[in-house]
Design a protein around this ligand. Structure first.
Ligand SMILES: Nc1ncnc2c1ncn2[C@@H]1O[C@H](COP(=O)(O)OP(=O)(O)OP(=O)(O)O)[C@@H](O)[C@H]1O
Ligand SMILES: [Mg+2]
Length: 493
């Protein structure tokens, strides 16, 4: 590796821009070393005053030749300016030393880069000098040893006031560094590391994210890295995994994998009403029915308003037969004398798909829907027809819906999304995240309005529950396709 150094010898005093901005964004290999020495204020003002009075005597002396007078006048004004800034505007005086050390494996390239940097700096009013015969000293000065070598120090020394000092700040906005953030990757323009704290509400309105990229671009991979890093920060995380990609990371982190499918022993009852599912200004049952209409539309396909009304009626009836009505009190078991707080009904007291199936069968008008529901109750998908038998108390839960197969993935994704959503709402003080990989299955053209608006609601309100939602998909157009793209607005806020 070859090294070559530049000493910055002078600056344009009026320069108010960040002076290093153009260099940092060049993305060339280089180390930058910067030293500041703060001068004692009282002593500086005293010295300046002494100097000013001396020079003013010179200026009055007409015997001097013309040229000297000009220089004396210049330093006189300069010193007066500095003194005024320090006394009136409360600024401090610093000495600044700035060195650049470029490196490359190829001397030609190094020479080229040196020229480039010199040109850049000069066009910004910054004078440089090559560190000829002092390369070693400069190289050492640019190592992180806090050693400003005497042999080059004097060439670089310039004074600077506080307000100009600000313009030498090197960590400029082209890098994002949030204090409690996790590493997201490198800035492609200048290689700086990007740390983002998506839970920082002072900086970001919400913690939602979209990950886009073509197939194989690394969307799922980077999501896994995020999961790993947020795990270290104690964030509860939920993943909808349609491709069975998150199994390994889940095992490594002792997470829970929930599977539904023909070979799985875990069941989730889509008709469950969970205590934490309560929404503002809405009863349990009406809220549940709205979500169920979305789910059944995935199964029944497009239904018109009349059919929707009939299905709603049948759902209400199904719950009524289990003693659940729009009165939220019916969801609690009568408290006995030993228990002060009434207990929320558990999953075994809820209807399951078969109950709904039977209700549909009793009416000629809904026979057709009963037939469409048959695979879910008696056929290949009958694992949907069961009481819930899972517990959700792990900081990492992966919902694996892979076994459902291409056609039926969306049912599983929907059920898990709803389950996770209720879980997320439980404790507002805990940080949490939900990742929806291959989200197009839920909000793309093959989905429906109710499902999309449910996902939309998650993105809109998860912030209030201390959460963040990530949508991962190959194609932006997924978000534009359903219902003429009315949902894309929300995802891009
Ligand atoms: N930064 C990386 N470092 C090393 N390997 C990576 C990186 N990013 C992705 N890969 C690898 O590239 C492959 C594809 O990545 P990944 O599965 O994340 O793509 P994807 O964007 O999710 O694709 P798809 O849309 O098809 O799901 C994986 O084998 C993954 O291990
Ligand atoms: Mg993927």
């Amino acid at each position: 590796m070859y090294y070559a150094g530049l000493i910055i010898t002078d600056y344009n005093r009026e320069y108010k821009e960040i002076i290093l901005k153009n260099i940092i964004t060049t993305n060339l290999n280089m180390n930058i070393s910067m030293f500041y020495e703060k001068k004692d204020k009282y002593k500086t003002i005293r010295d300046l005053t002494y100097h000013i009075s001396n020079v003013s005597v010179d200026l009055k002396n007409k015997n001097e030749n013309k040229q000297d007078i000009d220089i004396a006048a210049f330093t006189y004004n300069d010193a007066k300016y500095i003194r005024r800034e320090m006394q009136v505007n409360n600024e401090d005086l610093y000495f600044i030393y700035l060195y650049l050390c470029l490196y490359s494996e190829d001397t030609k390239e190094l020479e080229f880069n040196l020229d480039k940097i010199e040109g850049l700096l000069q066009s910004n009013g910054i004078q440089t000098r090559r560190a000829n015969f002092r390369q070693e000293q400069l190289f050492l000065t640019c190592t992180p040893m806090m050693k400003n070598d005497l042999e080059i120090k004097n060439a670089s020394k310039r004074n600077i006031l506080t307000s100009s000092l600000v313009s030498t700040y090197p960590f400029i906005s082209s890098s994002i560094f949030d204090e409690n953030g996790i590493l997201f990757g490198n800035n492609i323009y200048n290689n700086s590391l990007i740390f983002i704290d998506k839970y920082d509400r002072n900086k970001y309105k919400n913690g939602n994210m979209c990950v886009f990229g073509e197939s194989g671009a690394g969307k799922s991979f980077s999501t896994k890295l995020q999961i790993l890093r947020y795990r270290l920060l104690g964030v509860d995380q939920y993943v909808i995994d349609p491709e069975r990609e998150y199994e390994k990371i889940c095992k490594k982190l002792n997470g829970t994998i929930l599977k539904i499918g023909p070979s799985s022993e875990t069941y989730i009852n889509v008709l469950d009403i969970r205590e934490e599912s309560i929404e503002e200004n809405k009863g349990y049952l009406s809220n549940k029915i709205q979500k169920l209409i979305g789910f059944f539309k995935l199964i029944f396909g497009d239904i018109d308003e009349e059919e929707k009304a009939i299905i709603e009626e049948k759902l209400i009836l199904t719950y009524k037969e289990k003693g659940i009505t729009f009165d939220d009190d019916t969801l609690y078991n009568k408290s006995d004398k030993f228990r002060l707080k009434p207990e929320f009904k558990n999953t075994s007291q809820m209807p399951i798909l078969e109950d709904f199936y039977n209700v549909l069968g009793r009416d000629e008008r809904t026979k057709i829907f009963q037939i469409k529901l048959t695979p879910f109750v008696k056929g290949s998908l009958k694992f949907f027809n069961n009481y819930t038998n899972i517990e959700l108390d792990n900081p990492l839960i992966i919902a694996d819906v892979y076994e459902l197969g291409e056609e039926n993935l969306k049912y599983g994704m929907y059920i898990f999304t709803e389950l996770f959503w209720d879980k997320i709402k439980k404790d507002r003080n805990k940080k949490k995240a939900i990742y929806l990989d291959e989200i197009w299955r839920l909000i793309g053209v093959t989905s429906n309005k109710e499902v999309a608006s449910f996902i939309y609601k998650i993105f809109k309100t998860i912030r209030k529950y201390g959460g963040s939602a990530s949508a991962i998909t190959q194609d932006i157009s997924d978000l534009f396709s359903l219902e003429d793209g009315i949902y894309r607005k929300e995802y891009f806020k």
